[in-house]
Ligand binder design. Structure first.
Ligand SMILES: Nc1ncnc2c1ncn2[C@@H]1O[C@H](COP(=O)(O)OP(=O)(O)OP(=O)(O)O)[C@@H](O)[C@H]1O
Ligand SMILES: [Mg+2]
Length: 327
């Protein structure tokens, strides 16, 4: 069982306008589409589509429109009731595809709510004997930026050998805070993109330099392994991905795809990695599955989650990095 936590889920509402956005006027919508989203929710959606056992944990009242959407879509989930509505993120799309996004901040989660959320996480891990816990996405207002780091240490202390492996996919201060304490606060796996890996490297290395050099990605990831993480799955958009573990580093690329929407591609990559990990595959194969899932997601419209039929695992080339260095 793979459990995901989404602290700040959103009901993503896409409104197609019949003319380009004109601020200060009244405009007509051609169509409206809503989907329950958030990084952990997306990972659970992808895992569930692949028929893997998964559960999304999130705050929200049972009658919240977001939770009703999750039920309609049969996404397995459990929620902690809170005294506020979840947020809606709005995407306005003009007839020529020009988009404007408006993201709400989300409800404030106080200390009491966070403590109840942790109890829900602990009870769900124990009930389902979870193998992975995925902490994903931004933190809502009121939540300290070291929340993920402190939660990891607290879960390990409480659950001891029943604590699952923990993966984190986030950015900015919550990502940097993972490495600000002792190794007990550091997750087993992180999934930064190029921008996020550059953030972790400090001001020394840029996103463009990382995307141009798998060796630099591996060296930067290796330094994070020394700081306590078990594996770094660095996704690099169209340049593929690099996986670094104690066993070595691998770079993978996908044959060119007709890109339609990269929204949620990283969430699909993480789901692909976890599916391969759960199946007991070798690191190179985990990277292959991560890239196959990410690229399949990029080739699908909107935030559509790939099914196994959308995957082209054979279109991924994986190379051990020592071989690259020697060439
Ligand atoms: N333009 C692209 N062409 C081909 N594949 C892509 C492209 N963009 C993303 N992918 C695939 O998706 C994976 C994840 O993409 P990316 O590195 O952009 O994740 P991300 O920035 O974390 O995305 P997210 O918006 O979900 O957070 C890549 O490793 C790659 O396999
Ligand atoms: Mg991402």
């Amino acid at each position: 069982m793979i459990i995901t936590l989404t602290c700040n889920p959103s009901l993503d509402k896409t409104i197609e306008l019949d003319s380009e956005l004109a601020p200060g006027t009244v405009q007509r919508a051609r169509s409206t589409h809503v989907q329950a989203a958030g990084k952990g929710v997306n990972v659970t959606r992808a895992l569930h589509t692949a028929q893997a056992a998964t559960l999304a944990l999130l705050p929200g009242n049972p009658n919240d429109p977001l939770l009703r959407e999750l039920s309609t879509d049969s996404v397995p989930h459990r929620s902690l009731p809170i005294d506020a509505a979840l947020r809606t993120n709005i995407t306005l799309v003009g007839p020529h595809g020009i988009t404007t996004k408006i993201n709400e901040p989300g409800p404030v989660l106080g200390a009491e709510t966070l403590s109840q959320l942790e109890q829900l996480i602990v009870s769900s891990i124990l009930e389902f004997n979870a193998s992975w816990l995925v902490l994903a996405g931004s933190l809502p207002p009121g939540v300290p930026s070291d929340y993920y780091a402190q939660l990891i240490a607290s879960l390990r202390q409480q659950l001891k050998d029943r604590c699952p492996k923990i993966a984190v996919d986030t950015s900015g201060a919550p990502l940097r805070a993972l490495f600000a304490f002792e190794p007990g606060h550091v997750p087993d796996l992180i999934k930064p993109n190029g921008h996020e890996l550059a953030e972790l490297a400090g001001s020394r290395i840029t996103e463009a330099e990382l995307e141009a050099s798998p060796q630099l990605v591996a060296a930067t990831s290796g330094a994070l392994l020394e700081r306590g993480t078990g594996a770094v799955l660095a996704t690099l958009g169209a340049s593929g991905a690099v996986l670094t573990t104690a066993e070595g580093s691998w770079v993978g690329t996908h044959a060119p795809v007709n890109v339609r929407s990269t929204v949620g591609a990283g969430d699909s990559s993480l789901a692909g990695y976890l599916l391969a990990d759960t199946a007991g595959l070798e690191p190179a194969q985990k990277l292959r599955w991560a890239i196959a899932y990410g690229s399949a997601a990029a080739a699908l419209p909107g935030s559509t989650i790939p099914t196994r039929d959308d995957l082209r695992v054979d279109a991924v080339t994986v190379t051990a990095l020592e071989q690259l260095q020697g060439s």
